[in-house]
Design a protein around this ligand. Structure first.
Ligand SMILES: C[S@@+](CC[C@H](N)C(=O)[O-])C[C@H]1O[C@@H](n2cnc3c(N)ncnc32)[C@H](O)[C@@H]1O
Length: 344
């Protein structure tokens, strides 16, 4: 099996390609179900000894036959290892799927992809192209997206920000920081904890997201440290300038990206930093066929519905240059996460 003399793949190769997609779907559903039903957590608690499917089922009050079915699929997907009839989580899976505080946490993606806002609604409106905005998204989707954004913030704060020349010192000394499109406030919590002397403001255009942010800040004991503002980024105005403006996985969503860049510039003190932390959407064929590229292509189904698309990172270089920012630079934090920055 392989390619013909003319470089055209044989049918068997194409079947394998398609079946690998079906296998990925099986793995995705197995992970999402395992996290939701507590199976992954129970296996994490059992540690190296693991549990037999019956023990796992009994511990969670689930059906033994069904749990054995899940265990085999989880083994097949590489989420679990097994020996002597016991299943245990494969290395790092507990961190990757359960530890919301880990920079490598990936559990949110599985949860978000399963929400109807991702694919179901897109397909329903394939003919009409009827758009959506955040105020039309369900609470489960909004909370799931905040768990997608959390590791982006976690990599940014403080590690990513430390790679922006001159910024770490200012943050440590205390300054005014604005998180634009702050969503459910996960970033504000991390910023407030990392930089106790900073004054923090979060702005977002969606009221429900801000309610969740308020709740998250209160739970973290930071309710009085952060001011939340309900406004589109295109229209935000502030009475005093900021030293740093951050945007996490949202810059691509601006209805008018140039207007937002102008508003950010106006909100910054001279020499202040604008830090854009986002998905770097691949703009070449190889990138689009890579695993990160394909996951980002999945996210595009939601982005299309809110009338945007993820952007190649270099678009932000051009945007910052166009609006007179200087000292423009970027760092790649993971294949799915890049930071672009510039100074006012
Ligand atoms: C993908 S979520 C990210 C939220 C947060 N930064 C995070 O990483 O968890 C996008 C957020 O951007 C907000 N948003 C999108 N476009 C906006 C705009 N033009 N003005 C204000 N907020 C906007 C949405 O309401 C939503 O909360």
């Amino acid at each position: 099996m392989g390619t013909t003399a003319h470089g055209v793949p044989e049918i068997g190769q194409q079947v394998n390609l398609l079946l690998s997609h079906a296998a990925g779907y099986v793995a995705h559903r197995t992970v999402a179900m395992g996290v939701r039903a507590g199976l992954v957590e129970a296996l994490a608690e059992a540690g190296e000894d693991g549990l037999s499917p019956d023990e796992l089922a009994d511990r969670l009050g689930l059906d033994r036959f069904y749990v054995a079915t899940w265990c085999r699929a989880a083994f097949g997907a590489g989420i679990c290892d097994r020996s002597g009839g016991a299943y245990r989580l494969a290395p790092h899976m507990a961190t990757l799927l359960l530890d919301l505080s880990a920079p490598a946490y990936a559990g949110g993606v599985f949860e978000a992809m399963e929400q109807p806002e991702m694919f179901t609604r897109f397909e329903q409106h394939l003919a009409t192209g009827q758009r959506l905005w955040w105020d039309g998204c369900g609470p489960r989707f909004i909370r799931a997206v905040s768990r997608v954004g959390r590791p982006f913030y976690r990599r940014l704060v403080p590690g990513g920000l430390e790679q922006v020349p001159g910024l770490a010192e200012r943050l440590a000394a205390g300054c005014r920081v604005l998180d634009t499109a702050c969503g459910a406030g996960m970033g504000l919590v991390l910023l407030a904890q990392a930089y106790p002397d900073c004054e923090l403001v979060g702005v977002d255009g969606d009221e429900f997201s801000l309610e969740v942010a308020e709740e998250n800040l209160r739970t973290a004991g930071l309710g009085d440290r952060v001011r939340l503002v309900h406004s589109p980024m295109e229209k935000m105005t502030f009475d005093r300038p900021f030293t740093v403006v951050i945007n996490n996985i949202s810059m691509h969503e601006c209805r008018d990206i140039d207007q937002v860049a102008r508003q950010v510039r106006a909100a910054l003190e001279p020499g202040g930093w604008f830090v854009i932390s986002d998905f770097p959407f691949p703009d070449d064929d190889d990138g689009l066929r890579s695993v990160p590229g394909r996951v980002m292509s999945g996210i595009q189904f939601f982005e299309a519905q809110i009338d945007d698309q993820l952007l190649p990172r270099r678009v932000y270089d051009d945007l910052l240059a166009r609006h007179g920012f200087h000292g423009i630079g970027s760092v790649s934090l993971t294949p799915m996460h890049a930071v672009t920055y510039g100074r006012a």
